[in-house]
Design a protein around this ligand. Sequence first.
Ligand code: GSH
Length: 339
Amino acid sequence: MQDVHRQDAYRLFGIELSPYSVKVRAYLRFKQLPHVWLTRDASTQAEFERYARLPLVPLVVSPAGDGLQDSTPIIEELERRHPEPSIRPESQLTGFVSDLLEEFADEWGNKWMFHYRWARDVDQWSAAGRIARIMQPTASDEDVRVAAERVRARMIGRMGFVGSNEQTGPLIERSFQQAIGLLEAHLERRPYLLGARPALADFGLFGELYEAWTDPTAGALIEARAPALLAWIQRMCFPDVEGPFEAWSDLRATLLPLLRDQVAKLFLPWSAANEQAIQQRSERFELPLDGSIWTQQPQKYHAKSLAVLREKYAECRKDVELGELMRATGCHDVLAARG
Ligand SMILES: N[C@@H](CCC(=O)N[C@@H](CS)C(=O)NCC(=O)O)C(=O)O
C-alpha cells in the first residue's frame, strides 16, 4: 500500500479519469521519481487548496513543498530538476516535432477524448459512474448513482468549451478515426512515437488516448482497428527506455502524414482562429475545416500555449531541415505568425 502521508516524495493530486493527471503520472513513473498518487476528493481538498493556484488537476507538490500545475510546465520543470533519463531527442528537429505533437495532443486530442466521452449515453454513464465512485469509494450504490447523474449533467454542459457540438461532432470523430489509423501504421514499427524510448509527445498523446480507450465507444474503435496503438497505450502506463530515439529520416514516412493531415489541416487553423477570436473578444468563432464549418466559443488557455509553441519554433529557426518540414506539411505559417 502506498504511504499517502509520505512527504519525501512528489505528491501528485489527480483523478484517474483526467488525461493530464495520468500523463504526469506516467512521466513520474518513467523517471522513477518517488511519488504518491492522491485522488483529489473531499479528503485531500484542504491540502490541494494549500498548494494549488487554479482549481485544476494535476497538481504536483515537491518534497520541498512547492506546488506545480499545468502538465506541460510540470514536466518541463521536472526535466530540469531530474534530467536523466531524458525525454528530449538530441536532434532539434525531432525535439520540436515532439513539442508540436504534445501541444496537438493536449488541445486537439482532448477534443476527441472529451467528445467521445460525453456525446453518447453509454459513454456518459460509464465515465460519470466511474468518477462518482472514485470520489466516494465507500458510498452506497444509490448515492453513487445520484452523484453520477450530477457529474453527467455537469460534464455534458461543458462539451461546448472544447468545441464539441452537433455541427462539429462528425468532424471530431473523423479526425479521431483517421488519427488512430495513422498512429497504428507508425507504432507497428517502433515501441514509442520517436523510437525506442518515450518523448514528451508520447506522454501528451497517452493521456488522451488512454482515457479514450477506457470509454466504451472510443475504446471499441481502438481495440478493433489499432492493436499496435493499444499495445503502446499499455506500454505507456509504465514506460521505459528500450533503446535510442530514431533519426527523423526513419520516422518521416509514417509521422509526416500525421503532421500534414491532422496538425496542419485541422489543429493549427483551429488554433489561429481561436487566437484571433480571443484578440477580438468575440463570443464565438467560425472557420471552414475539413469540408464543414467549425463553430465554438473561444478557448482562452489555448492561446497562451500556442504562444509558447511559437517561441519554441522561433528558437529552432536556424534548423533548415525543420523549416522545410514545417513548410512541406503546412505547419509553418501558423507557427511563424506573430499572433
Ligand atoms: N492545461 C492543463 C489542463 C488541466 C485540466 O484541464 N484539468 C481538468 C481535468 S482533466 C480539471 O482539473 N478540471 C476541473 C476539475 O476536475 O475540477 C494541464 O495540462 O494540466
